[in-house]
Design a binder for this molecule. Structure first.
Ligand code: SAH
Length: 295
């Protein structure tokens, strides 16, 4: 049998992925083949379309293709993703950071532009992506990142080390993790006030369990996904805990589900120390974030 070329393998993989319901079948086929063959840029794959593949190369590709066909996320297979250009290792210990979430960091940057050494707290850090981006991109930032999951925190620490970002981590439920001891380590003051509180907490309603796409349902940790009957249980609990913890004018920036924004707006009076400052869309035009300002 004549050897198959890169292009033939690419086409076969694409068709196989389509059959298995993989979203973006062609693109993921390209990424998997690049990864398996050690090709750094997709452009270089195009330049190699006519190259015949050796048996050894095919042996390398087969298990990778099988994993993606089983709907394992691409980011788990290749081992990392890019979040605002920072390389973030991804595995089953934490949710794969989504591109939409990157905008939370822009929102924080804008609001902290005139604060010299802002104390930023991220609740539910997962891989650490948001905290790492804040530490890298916001001058003078002191960052404390928390999670209830020890596994997620272990991964976040590996990512912070790999990105050479000095972040303080603490484990615990929501703001309980932001203890005097944790603040002393992160901000040098056990009674520090938070200048920006950022969170992408689990917000999928419990009723959606088992209905999500397999990449999420089977491979993202359940602890990272579900937020109670209407998805907002953790968000409400955290907002209540913010009383007295924020500096004047501090921001709270939350990623939420699109239908949850107006619910939070209608409940704004439950938190009289906060001003509801807006519902924000992501780059796809979907409602994705809400913001508050401390009075
Ligand atoms: N910030 C990351 C991860 C979001 S997933 C990102 O945007 O990509 C939500 C995270 O919240 C998970 O890591 C989960 O472990 C954490 N979490 C769930 N319940 C929590 C709680 N009660 N307190 C703190 N963190 C919690």
């Amino acid at each position: 049998m004549p050897q198959m070329t890169v292009l033939e393998i690419l086409n076969r993989t694409k068709v196989f992925f389509e059959k298995k319901g993989v979203p973006d079948a062609r693109l993921d086929a390209e990424y998997i083949i690049c990864f398996g063959l050690g090709i750094k840029k997709r452009m270089d794959l195009y330049l190699n379309f006519d190259k015949p593949l050796s048996a050894a190369e095919l042996d390398k590709l087969r298990p990778l293709v099988a994993r993606r066909a089983n709907r394992e996320p691409l980011q788990h297979i290749v081992g990392d993703t890019s979040f605002r250009g920072h390389t973030i290792k991804c595995d089953t210990r934490a949710l794969v950071p989504r591109p939409e979430t990157e905008e939370l960091v822009d929102m924080a940057k804008e609001r902290l532009a005139s604060v010299a050494t802002p104390f930023i707290v991220e609740i539910g850090t997962g891989t650490g992506a948001i905290a790492i981006a804040c530490a890298k991109e916001i001058p003078g930032a002191k960052v404390l990142a928390t999670d209830v999951s020890a596994e997620a925190l272990a991964l976040a620490k590996e990512n912070a080390d790999a990105n050479e970002t000095p972040i303080e981590f603490a484990q615990g439920d929501l703001l309980d993790a932001v203890s005097g001891e944790a603040m002393a380590k992160a901000a040098g003051d056990a009674s520090a006030k938070i200048d920006s509180l950022i969170a992408n907490l689990p917000y999928i309603p419990d009723g959606e369990k088992g209905k999500l796409q397999p990449e999420v349902d089977k491979f993202d940790p359940e602890l990272a996904l579900y937020g109670g009957p209407d998805g907002l249980s953790l968000v409400r609990k955290m907002l209540k805990q913010t009383e007295g913890r924020l500096s004047a004018g501090a921001s709270i920036l939350l990623e939420i589900g699109s239908e949850q924004a107006s619910v939070l707006e209608s409940e704004a009076a439950s938190y009289p120390w906060l001003e509801f400052t807006g519902i924000h869309k992501d780059f796809c035009g979907n409602i994705r974030f809400v913001s508050y300002k401390a009075k």
